[in-house]
Structure formats: C-alpha cells, structure tokens
Design a protein around this ligand. Structure first.
Ligand SMILES: Nc1ncnc2c1ncn2[C@@H]1O[C@H](COP(=O)(O)OP(=O)(O)OP(=O)(O)O)[C@@H](O)[C@H]1O
Ligand SMILES: [Mg+2]
Length: 310
C-alpha cells in the first residue's frame, strides 16, 4: 500500500518547464493592394523544448520564397508579422507580442551600426538594456571586451568602424552584440551567406566553439544544406510557398569542436546525411512542380508518386 504521507517531491513537484518555442496552427498572410492576401506560411505546428543547461540548434532550409524568414520574423516578434494571421506563437509559455532582448536576431546584411566603433557596436544592446538588466557601465565595458575576444577579434579592432572591417569581421561584431545580451533564443537569417567559403567555414567553427558559452536555443536559416547538417541538432525542411515544415531530420552528426568544419564536412558520414536531406529537398520541389501535396514530417507522404512511377 502506498504511504498516505506525501513525499517532498509529490508535495512540491518541480514545475514543468514551458517549451522555449511553440507554434500552433500558425499561418501568415500579407495584404496586397487590389488582390487577395498572399499566404506566405501555413500550418506551422512545432515545439522546441527548454533543455536544461543547453539549447537546441535548429536549422531551417527550403526553397527561396518559401517563408523561412517569415517564420523567423514571427519568432522575433516583428510588428510586420505579429500577430500571425491564424494560430499562436509562444515563447517560454507566453504569447509573443513584440521583439525582446531575450530573442536576438542576426541578419545576413547590415548587422552593424556604421557610425559606431566595434566596441560600441558590441556594447550597444547592453547599454540599451543595461538598466533593466541591472548592470553597471564598468560591467558593460568588461562584457563588451570579453565578447570581442570570444568572437576572435583583437583588442586593436575595438576602435575601428564597420567600413574598416571585412564581411567576416562585421558578422563577428554583430554576433558578439547579440550574444552579449545572453538571449534565450538566437535567430540567424542566412548570417554567413554573403561570406566567401573559407570565411563561412571559419564562422561555423566559431559558432560550434561558442556553443558552450551560449546556452541558448538557436534557429538558423541557411541556403546551404551542408551548413544546416553540420551545425544543427535538427534540420527542418520547408515546402515551397505557402511554406510549411514538411520534414524534420534529427539523426545527424554532432559537430566536434576540436575538428575544423572544413575537415568534418569532408567525411563520409557527413556526406551521407547531406545526400539524404538533399534528396528529400528535391522530392519536395518535384512534388510541387507536379502539382502534388508535399510529403509531411509524420511520414504520410501525401501525393508523392512511388519510386517506380517516377
Ligand atoms: N512584409 C511582407 N509583405 C508582403 N509580402 C511578404 C512580406 N514578407 C515576406 N513576404 C512574402 O512572403 C513570401 C516568403 O518570404 P520570405 O522572405 O519569408 O521567404 P524566404 O524563404 O526567406 O526566401 P529567401 O530564401 O529568398 O530569403 C515571399 O513571397 C515574400 O515576397
Ligand atoms: Mg529569407
């Protein structure tokens, strides 16, 4: 017979942690003059759990115009996107009603303030939110220099202005500015796509290396399947417009911070995984071209012709 006396755990059960992100039946349609609204994304249903002392790294891939940025902007809470046309976007259990320092955003371009020095760019968010965060000017200065170093810029770069930096250096500054605020969720929209290949791989190395510092959920949009497979714990594939998540890949290699991206991405296990995602990507595009429904993440495979019919 079980004891009538409640154990400490049953008296005070630990509150369940709400997911970092939830979307339920979310769609977003944009108004068009003289025309019916344009449905950019639809049927978005997803959950990203709040894992203790770590965050998930999710990469989104999909054809151009399928709504990857739209999904990210819904999470960022931009007023062009919030509220969604249908459904609800929740962050840590609460509906998203606007942007917040806890959700940092890194764009492909224009991520630095041109009139501010490197160190002032990095300190920008900290100064903006410093009072609310209860941090002093000295602490802001220390944090900015710490992040300058963490993103592998030199002290000598602190006084430079963005126009004096390479594209890779500018993205390091933007990354440091986002991360200095210790966001719970970092949103990145094709952050490395304007960079040349070696710099892009270097930035991927940096992200993997900083992973232990970040302790945040990361959602990164990429046009590179290899980049997505390399960085992500989960890859979401979106269908052509109106976009929805049609496949999720979870069985992918975890990056080893001691192995450079350039080396890790030349291995056979990595190549197999990229090939699997690429094949599904192609199948989804082909289904759209043939006027069939896309396959779905639950494996229902609606509309795709059998292999022998293809
Ligand atoms: N604010 C807006 N107003 C009207 N239409 C928009 C708006 N934002 C996006 N759209 C439209 O929604 C669709 C999805 O756009 P989105 O930028 O999300 O695509 P994407 O997948 O990020 O594309 P890309 O890979 O080219 O960046 C596009 O057809 C775009 O024109
Ligand atoms: Mg985009």
């Amino acid at each position: 017979m079980s004891s009538p006396i409640a154990t400490p755990d049953s008296r005070n059960p630990r509150p369940a942690r709400p997911p970092v992100l939830e979307m339920h039946d979310v769609s977003k349609a944009f108004a068009r003059r003289g025309k019916a609204p344009f449905l950019a994304v639809t049927d978005l249903n997803l959950t990203v759990r709040d894992l203790e002392n770590t965050g998930e790294f999710i990469c989104i891939v999909g054809p151009s115009g399928c709504g990857k940025s739209t999904l990210l902007h819904l999470v960022a809470g931009f007023d062009t996107h919030i509220p969604p046309t249908t459904g609800e976007v929740r962050f840590l259990g609460k509906p998203i009603t606007g942007p917040a320092a806890s959700r940092g955003m890194l764009f492909q371009h224009y991520s630095c303030y041109p009139h501010l020095s490197v160190i002032d760019n990095i300190a920008f968010g900290l100064r903006l939110h410093g009072r609310a965060l209860g941090i002093s000017d000295d602490e802001i200065e220390d944090a900015a220099f710490r992040w300058l170093e963490l993103v592998r810029l030199r002290e000598g770069d602190a006084g430079k202005f963005p126009h004096e930096l390479s594209g890779g250096m500018r993205q390091r500054v933007a990354l440091a500015r986002c991360l200095a605020l210790k966001p719970r969720c970092l949103l990145m929209d094709e952050p490395f796509s304007a960079l040349d290949e070696p710099t892009r791989l270097e930035m991927q190395d940096l992200i993997v290396e900083l992973w232990s510092e970040i302790d945040a959920t990361v959602i990164l949009v990429s046009h590179s399947i290899a980049e997505a497979v390399y960085l992500a714990d989960r890859v979401w594939l979106m269908s052509p417009s109106p976009g929805t998540i049609v496949s999720e890949f979870t069985d992918i290699p975890t990056p080893d911070p001691t192995v450079p991206a350039m080396v890790a991405q030349s291995g056979p296990e990595f190549a197999d995984c990229v090939a699997e995602v690429s094949q599904t990507f192609y199948d989804v595009l082909r289904a759209k071209r043939d006027g069939l429904s896309p396959i779905h993440a639950d494996g229902t495979g609606k509309g795709l012709p059998a292999e022998d019919e293809a």
